[in-house]
Design a protein around this ligand. Structure first.
Ligand code: PEP
Length: 263
């Protein structure tokens, strides 16, 4: 982890917790962070609830000035109009979302989102003042056929080619085989791909973008393996699914500087 990039621990709740449950959960999370004297200057913690929870969570964050940033799990390529069921980036901005996930592997698989769609969604996010977190990663078949880096690098290149240099994005490297499987990549495997992703940013968007863009690892991250990832030069945080729904576990992940220093 480079010291100039503020680490981001992002909790993707997926389709879990309704708006009432989200209120209780965020209250517990806020208590636990306070109790453990979590330093929000050192590490940024983001929560990514379902759309229907965003207003409730935003209200709590604002009312109690909680050390949490808010993100959504998806957005439309369109800003308004006849697109039933879609959610505009402008609506997410109005709810004070900072981030929006784009191209999570579950959306690529369940909704057939391809690189063109992801590029359109990243453009829509940027147009509406949101920072997209672009998820890239290879399946088991991709890994066997092409090795680890090719597919994530191609997915990132397709999007970088469609947006101006200097665009503020976050990249999340999530090997599909590691998501929800309990079998995380090793820190060496993750670092190799994250380094290749950073070099791709350097080639397509220049040195400044390569040095400032945060690259997260995601896939079965837990409090017991986070330190190994965060010690690596090109990994600037984690996108956490299952473990983000367990308050104590998520807080322990967010407090990774404590584990890194005692290891
Ligand atoms: C995810 O959904 O982005 C994810 C990484 O899930 P998990 O942490 O459960 O593997």
């Amino acid at each position: 982890m480079a010291t100039t990039r503020r680490p981001l621990i992002a909790g993707n709740w997926k389709m879990n917790l309704n708006h009432l449950q989200s209120i209780a959960f965020v209250q517990k999370l806020a208590w636990a962070l306070k109790d453990k004297k979590f330093n929000g200057q050192e590490v940024e913690v983001g929560v990514f609830p379902p759309f229907t929870d965003l207003r409730s969570v935003q209200t709590l964050i604002n009312a109690d000035d909680l050390p949490l940033t808010l993100g959504a799990q998806d957005l439309s390529v369109h800003d308004e109009g006849a697109h039933t069921g879609d959610i505009s980036g402008s609506f997410l901005s109005a709810l004070e979302c900072t981030y929006v996930l784009v191209g999570h592997s579950e959306r690529r698989a369940d909704h057939h989102e391809d690189d063109d769609t992801c590029a359109g969604k990243v453009q829509a996010a940027l147009r509406n003042g949101l920072t997209p977190i672009l998820c890239v990663g290879e399946t088991t078949e991709d890994l066997e056929k092409f090795g680890a880096s090719k597919v994530p690098v191609d997915q990132l290149s397709a999007v970088l080619s469609a947006i101006p240099q200097g665009s503020d994005i976050v990249v999340a490297y999530e090997p599909v085989w590691a998501i929800g499987s309990g079998q995380a990549a090793t820190p060496d495997q993750a670092e190799d791909v994250c380094r290749a992703l950073r070099e791709t940013i350097r080639t397509l968007h220049g040195d400044d973008a390569a040095e400032s863009t945060r690259i997260l690892y995601g896939g079965s991250v837990k409090s017991t393996n986070i330190a190994g990832f965060m010690k690596r030069e090109n990994i600037d945080g984690a996108l956490v699914g299952g473990a983000s729904l367990d308050v104590d576990e998520f807080v322990a992940i967010a407090r990774f500087p404590q584990h890194v220093s005692v290891e």
